[in-house]
Design a protein around this ligand. Sequence first.
Ligand SMILES: Cc1ncc(COP(=O)(O)O)c(C=O)c1O
Length: 424
Amino acid sequence: MTPGPNTLDQLRERAAELDRTDPLAPYRERFHIPRHGDGEAAYLCGNSLGLAPRAARESVDQELVAWEQLGVEGHFKPERPWVSFHELFTDHLCRVVGGLPHEVVAMNTLTVNLHLMLTTFYRPLPRRFKVLVGHAAFPSDRYAVHSQVALRGLPPERAIVVARPRSGEYTLRTDDVIDFIDQYHSELHLVLMDGVNYYTGESIDIPAITAAAHRHGILAGFDLAHAAGNVPLALHDWDVDFAAWCSYKYLNGGPGCVAGCFVHERHGVRTDPLPRMAGWWGHDKASRFAMGPDFVPIPGAEGWQLSNPPLFSLAALLASLELFSEVGMDRLRAKSEALTGLLDAALRERFADSVEVITPADPARRGCQLSVRVKREARMTFTALLERGVVCDWREPDVIRLAPVPLYNRFADVARCLEVFADA
Ligand SMILES: Cc1ncc(COP(=O)(O)O)c(C=O)c1O
C-alpha cells in the first residue's frame, strides 16, 4: 500500500494530477455517465451494473434496421448475419478471459450457464460426491449447486462443503483452501468458487486452487461474474475446467445481458462428447438446418449453446467488448490498481477509526472493488454518498461496496467519494 496524500486538498490535487496524466482518460467520453443535479455522478457501481457505452445504441440500431428491412433474411444477409453473430465475440472473449477460440462462447445468462456446466461436470461418485464452494457465495450460485446436488438424490447438507476464512478474518487464505482440498480430497468431486467475491471483493488464486484440485483428480470451475473485465485472467493456461460469467457488470453489456462461458478444450473437443443439456444452437453448424433427430455438438464451448441468442442484447455487448479489445486488459489493470489503490490508502490511513476495508490490501488479491465496513452510522454514510452523487451499493449489515472502474471512472471520482466519508 502506497501512503496516500494527507489532507483532502492534497488528495484532490493528486487526483487531478493523476487524471491529467491518465492515458485511459479519453475512454470516459465513450460512455454515458449518469447525471446528478447539474453535473455528473461519481459512478462507483460498475460491480453491479456497468455503464452504457455510447456505441451501444448504434450497434443495437444496426440490428433493428436489419430486422425492419430484411425480416427473416437478417439471419443471413446483413453485414453481421444473425446466424453467426455470436462468433463476433470469440476474439474479444479470448482476450478478456484468456481462452482459446473454441473454449469461449457468449450465451444464455450466468445462472443458466452455471447449471449447464454443473450438469456436465458434476457427476458424483459414491464416495467422491462433494462440492467445495467459497464462503459468501452469491445466493444464485448456492441455489444452483444446492439444486444440482438435490437433483442427483444427494443431501445438500452433506454434499456441499464451504471454505471459510479464519475466525476474525473476512477473506480466504489460499493456503487454507489448498490444505482443505489436500485433506478432504478423497470425498471431493468438484471445486466451484468465485474468481472475485461479490461481497468482500477478494480475488482468489485461481491457478493455485485449480492446480491443487487437479493434483487429486478434482475438477475446478469458477464463477467470474465479478472477475471478467475486472482482473486479468488466463483460464486456458491455468488449466481451469470451466467458468461462467455475466456481462452486465464490468463488461457493460446492459441489464440481463447475454453471459459468457469457458470450457477447457480437453473437455470441449473430444471424440466422445461429454453429456450435457442440449439445444439446437449447440448442434453442428453444417447440419443444423437439416433438422435431423440426433444431436451432434459443435466441438468446443459453442456446443453447450441452447437457443438462438437475443440479438439486441448481443449487439449492445459487442459495442462494449470492442472497447475492451482496444484498451487491453493490461492497461485497464494498471489504471485499476492506481484508482483503487488511491481509495484504499486514503480509507485505511484517514478513516481507520470509522471504517474497515474488508477487501484485501494486497492488489494481487482484489479487483477494483473495495468493500467497506462502516463502524458507526453506516446507513447514514451510505445515504450521504448517494445524496452527494456518489453511486455505490449497500450490502447487509453494514458494508458499502465502492468500485472505481478504470474504463470510465476518474481519480476525481475517488476524491469526491472520500470527501463524503470525511464529512460523514
Ligand atoms: C457472483 C454472482 N453469481 C451469480 C449471479 C446471478 O447472475 P444472473 O442473474 O445473471 O444469473 C450474480 C449476479 O449479480 C453474481 O454476482
